[in-house]
Every structure is written in structure tokens, then in C-alpha cells.
Design a protein around this ligand. Structure first.
Ligand SMILES: NC(=O)c1ccc[n+]([C@@H]2O[C@H](COP(=O)([O-])OP(=O)(O)OC[C@H]3O[C@@H](n4cnc5c(N)ncnc54)[C@H](O)[C@@H]3O)[C@@H](O)[C@H]2O)c1
Length: 275
């Protein structure tokens, strides 16, 4: 079956996707900056999987990873650009190093992966690039400034390359998960500045993984979840005046839902009038 390289596959959505892909008969390269975690998961998945250390910020490491996977499982046919990070907090609370870290991992990392995969997939005559993005690629959100900016940029890059490569042998799909129960979400839930995350009930990573693995066969252009609510958010996000009213209201509603959210940092929130 298909050879799939997944980034950030030692944890959360990436790990669930690796499990589901192997369950459906694919061969999977479990890659992560956390090699020990990737090794553990690949060990559980058996001979259909292999672990490869890959820091997606490192251009040379991408080339090595593609070569390693080719020698162990076969040439990469599907790249799932999944790895991502978040530093929670309002923009003014984060250091420039934290803002830069998000841009380097969430935007430049997947861009580098796409630019590594594209010539190889063109040369082999087929390939599929699946980008795991976020609903925050459509919306300006309190507490998600740089994170959302990286996801807006990643969506723009993904679709622009897909248009340039139309008619070529490589297909492109982008998936926008909503809140999903992973270590990343736990990090967000622990920080009152990201309280808007309580606005929706998070999904299990297995649900998102199933959508991602479906995409290997169905090759959708773009998937938002939930289908209806996601489409509304996608349209609403282009109206900044509406967002200035709506997002603080959603955040206030989310705060009422959040267990112990009364502990939000008053200095920041009251000043913004958002809670
Ligand atoms: N969890 C959510 O609610 C949610 C919602 C929407 C989108 N997403 C996106 O889904 C993707 C997966 O998120 P998750 O929730 O599973 O996160 P997670 O924190 O559970 O897993 C992320 C993985 O990425 C790895 N990683 C971090 N930096 C890396 C780097 N430089 N190179 C390679 N690997 C690196 C980590 O080691 C970890 O294994 C991310 O792109 C995230 O933005 C998550």
C-alpha cells in the first residue's frame, strides 16, 4: 500500500493518524523531533512502520528523512505535514523568540517539507501532500495571534502551490481540525489567555485521524470540521468588524464553560474588555 511520511507523529493527532494509517494497510514513517517517542510508536506498529528523527525546521534533515524512508519502506508517496507547536498567551505577553519559534515550526517547517517533497513526487510521477492546518487559519482569535498567523500563512502557501501545480502529478489536500484532545490542547486549556478554546467540545484525536487517513484515498481539496460550523467560520473570518464584536463574545461564553476559568489573568482580560 501507500508509503506515508507523517511529521510530529510521536504525539496527538500525528500518532493517531499513524495508527489509523497502519490499520488501513499503509506503510508509515513515524517522524518527529522526539525520536524516542517516534521509536516507541513505530515499535508498537510493527514492520509496516519505521521511526525517523526529523526536526521540520532543518532543510537537510528533510532530505535525509526522505532518503531514509525510501530505503526502509519505499519512496514517499504521501506527505502528511502535521507537526506544530503553540506558545499560549497574548501577543504582548510572548517573547519574540516564542513568536519566531511558532513561525519556524508551523509555517517554515511544512513549507520546507513541501519543497522537499515536490521535486521528488514530480520525478516519480505521483504524490500527495496533506497539510494539517487549523480552523484558526480563518479567524483572528484572542490568545492565538502568531499561531493563527502561521496557520493563515500555511493555508495560503498550500493553496497557492496547489494552483501552480494544477495539472501536474502531485495532489494537495488541507485538513482543518477543530479543538482536539491532545497535549497541545491541554497546554492551551491550562492557560486562561487561551480560554476561547472552551468554546467548542474537543474531538478525540482518532476522529481527526480518520478524516486525515480518508484524505489519502478521497483527495479532498479542503476539509473543515464540523462541516457546517466550519463553513460559517471560514466566511465570517474575512469580516474584521464583525470579528471584533463576535470573538470577545465567544470568548466570554467559553470562559463561562471553562472549569476554573475564573482564574483568568484579570489585568489582561479586563483591559481588553473581552471577558
Ligand atoms: N490539538 C488541537 O486542538 C489542534 C487543533 C487544530 C489544529 N491542530 C494542529 O494539529 C497538528 C498536531 O497537533 P497536536 O494537537 O497533535 O499536537 P501535539 O503537541 O500532541 O503533537 C505535536 C508533535 O509535533 C512534534 N514537534 C514539535 N516541534 C517539532 C519540530 N520542530 N519538528 C518535528 N516535530 C515537532 C512534537 O514532538 C509532537 O510529537 C498541529 O499542526 C496543530 O497545530 C491541533
Amino acid at each position: 500500500m501507500t508509503v506515508v511520511l507523517i511529521t510530529g507523529a510521536a504525539s496527538g493527532i500525528g500518532a493517531a493518524t499513524a495508527r489509523e494509517a497502519v490499520r488501513r494497510g499503509h506503510r508509515v514513517a513515524v517522524t518527529d523531533i522526539d525520536l524516542a517517542g517516534a521509536d516507541r510508536l513505530a515499535g508498537q506498529l510493527g514492520s509496516a512502520a519505521c521511526a525517523v528523527g526529523l526536526d521540520i525546521r532543518d532543510e537537510a534533515a528533510w532530505e535525509t528523512a526522505f532518503d531514509t524512508v525510501a530505503s526502509r519502506l519505499g519512496p514517499v508517496e504521501v506527505l502528511i505535514n502535521n507537526a506544530g507547536i503553540i506558545h499560549t498567551g497574548y501577543a504582548r505577553q510572548l517573547s519574540m523568540a516564542q513568536h519566531r519559534h511558532m513561525v519556524e515550526v508551523n509555517l517554515l517547517g511544512p513549507m520546507t517539507g513541501m519543497m522537499t517533497a515536490l521535486p521528488r513526487m514530480r520525478a516519480q510521477g505521483h504524490g500527495h501532500i496533506i497539510t494539517v492546518c487549523s480552523m484558526s487559519s480563518f479567524l483572528p482569535l484572542i490568545g492565538y495571534t502568531s499561531y493563527g498567523a502561521t496557520k493563515h500563512g500555511l493555508r495560503a502557501f498550500h493553496h497557492s502551490v496547489a494552483i501552480e501545480e494544477r495539472g501536474g502529478p502531485v495532489t494537495f489536500s488541507i485538513i482543518h481540525p477543530p479543538g482536539t484532545r491532545t497535549p497541545m490542547l491541554e497546554q492551551e486549556m491550562a492557560d486562561p489567555s487561551s480560554v476561547i478554546t472552551f468554546a467548542e467540545k474537543p474531538l478525540a484525536p482518532e476522529r481527526v485521524a480518520s478524516v486525515i487517513v480518508d484524505a489519502i484515498v478521497k483527495k479532498p481539496v479542503e476539509v473543515v470540521h464540523p462541516a457546517l460550523g466550519g463553513r460559517v467560520q471560514r466566511v465570517a473570518g474575512v469580516f474584521p468588524r464583525l470579528m471584533r464584536v463576535a470573538i470577545p463574545r465567544v470568548a466570554a461564553m467559553a470562559k463561562r464553560r471553562a472549569p476554573g476559568a475564573g482564574a483568568a489573568p484579570a489585568a489582561v482580560h479586563e483591559q481588553d474588555g473581552s471577558r
